[in-house]
Design a protein around this ligand. Sequence first.
Ligand SMILES: Nc1nc2c(c(=O)[nH]1)N[C@H]1C(S)=C(S)[C@@H](COP(=O)(O)O)O[C@H]1N2
Ligand SMILES: [Mo]
Length: 319
Amino acid sequence: MWIHKKRASDIPESEVTDHKTYLNRRQFLNSSAAIVTASMLQSSIVDAAETPKPTFDKLLKSDFSTEDKLTSYESVTTYNNFYEFGTDKASPAILATKFPDKSKPWRVTIEGECDKPGEYDYDDLIRPFTLEERIYRFRCVEGWSMVIPWVGFPLADLIKRAQPNSRAKYVQFTTLYDPEQMPGQSRKVLDWPYVEGLRIDEAMNPLTLLSVGLYGNELLGQNGAPIRLVVPWKYGFKSIKSIVNIRFVEEMPNSAWMKAGPREYGFYSNVNPDVAHPRWSQSRERRIGEFLKRKTEMFNGYQEEVAGLYTGMDLKKNF
Ligand SMILES: Nc1nc2c(c(=O)[nH]1)N[C@H]1C(S)=C(S)[C@@H](COP(=O)(O)O)O[C@H]1N2
Ligand SMILES: [Mo]
């Protein structure tokens, strides 16, 4: 049911390309915050701009890391898509400063077609796994990209612990639903809670990361704290944030974006320069911080690692 009439699939052109608009808005927000008070609003913006000292120790360096130049910490933490905190790029960094509420435990349920389901507190969930730093290219469906040094562990490690059974063909992920903490959920821009999914072999691929941090630090609210998915060969919206549920299922999950615009957002959403979005080309991208656009690479440049997952599939039909 659509109460709010601007459909999520109607991303205005400005959000597709116009980084300048965003920068102007950031400037505006900065100055208006300064006028309001010297409040957290202001200090959070200033804090976010400075690259913090790493707080995770003994992070494994990953062979999967790209050598591309990193996107600035400032951009990674202030230019965000997180519709639970507003549909523009600047809002999440402002509205998610206290997210998630540290006084509430973060529970993650693992369930469905598996032999070892469970409900874990965040700390218990991640304790068994070795954290590593993985520098990935990250390509948003809207035509911009970043290079982000994630901290995380392979989703495959967690899946092995859960022991999916033979009926587990897909994995479905769900974001927290809590309109009190996530003001954007009071508006019907998407069918909340945000849901995403992967085929089980995609989920098991060594590139697929459960991330708990970036730039050597815990994730900030705007980046999907405390735990989010990162699937670097797919458009950014597959990388679901602030996960509370992981479910092994037999049927292909119906993701929030598929519901919002089935013609525009398919289940696979592999980065593919040859398959245009119905309203814009996907052949080029703007790397945030760069002036000239660059060519978008098949599977975001990860073809060696993932092309085999799709042999024999028509990627125009299975977009
Ligand atoms: N729950 C949730 N996850 C989400 C989104 C969202 O709106 N809600 N946006 C997606 C999109 S479109 C992108 S591009 C990435 C952005 O991640 P970043 O802000 O950490 O760079 O998050 C993805 N995960
Ligand atoms: Mo995105």
